[in-house]
Write a protein that binds this ligand. Structure first.
Ligand code: URA
Length: 210
């Protein structure tokens, strides 16, 4: 199983059609399944929801170019999980340190809402990503979709590990740390504060790297 979907992956007809429309509307955007970012020998894997239309779907790098990325990369830089300068571009030279970032769904979904079928279809790539990371010790799931998809990937019953911000579940080989998604909506509504996100990134780093 390859870790990355084909650039013209058609497993999800709705997402492929949306991509085709976006190619017409935004011809200079990446407009393809967004590959994971970071090395496969990392000990921490961060799993997001799906590319944002004008963020990762534009730039071709997870969380790059939108509000969620501004907050995520700020925290990764703060905690030494990234080095360099984040400049909202895939070629800004930013390096991840000891972590990698992927999404539960690799293609941008309309209104940021992937359907259950699409999450399931794309899970093969999440499974392959985790399998390709022999040293992974912790997974930080951003949001319930990511949390549930990681549980399904690891064949863990969700009733035993319910999604809860700040929860850390010690599974066989990895610790699953869950967080509210660092979306603009969650931060604007106060569901997730910067302090809460700071603490959960620190927690995930500790679980992965000690
Ligand atoms: N960008 C991503 O790549 N993933 C998200 O979950 C949100 C924004």
């Amino acid at each position: 199983m390859t870790v990355e979907p084909h650039r013209d992956c058609r497993l999800c007809p709705r997402l492929a059609a949306f991509r085709d429309r976006n190619k017409d509307e935004y011809p200079d955007f990446f407009n393809a399944p967004v590959p994971s970012f970071g090395a496969t020998d990392a000990r921490l894997l961060i799993v997001g929801l799906a590319p944002g239309l004008k963020g990762a779907n534009h730039t071709g790098r997870p969380f790059t170019g939108d509000w969620a990325g501004d907050l995520l990369y700020k925290m990764l830089l703060k905690h030494g999980l990234a080095a360099g300068h984040y400049d909202k571009r895939a070629d800004d030279g930013l390096k991840l340190v000891g972590c990698a970032i992927t999404n539960a769904v690799r293609c941008v979904p309309p209104e940021n809402k992937p359907l259950p079928f699409e999450i399931k279809a794309c899970r093969r790539y999440l499974t392959a990503q985790i399998a390709a990371m022999p040293n992974v010790r912790a997974i930080l799931a951003l949001g319930k979709v990511a949390h549930d998809s990681v549980c399904d990937t690891l064949a863990v019953r969700k009733s035993q590990v319910p999604f809860k911000h700040g929860a850390a579940y010690h599974l066989d080989a990895v610790t699953l740390v869950s967080s509210y998604h660092c979306s603009r909506y969650n931060t604007n509504t106060g569901v997730l504060t910067e302090a809460m996100f700071d603490a959960v990134v620190k927690q995930a780093k500790k679980a992965a790297l000690g």
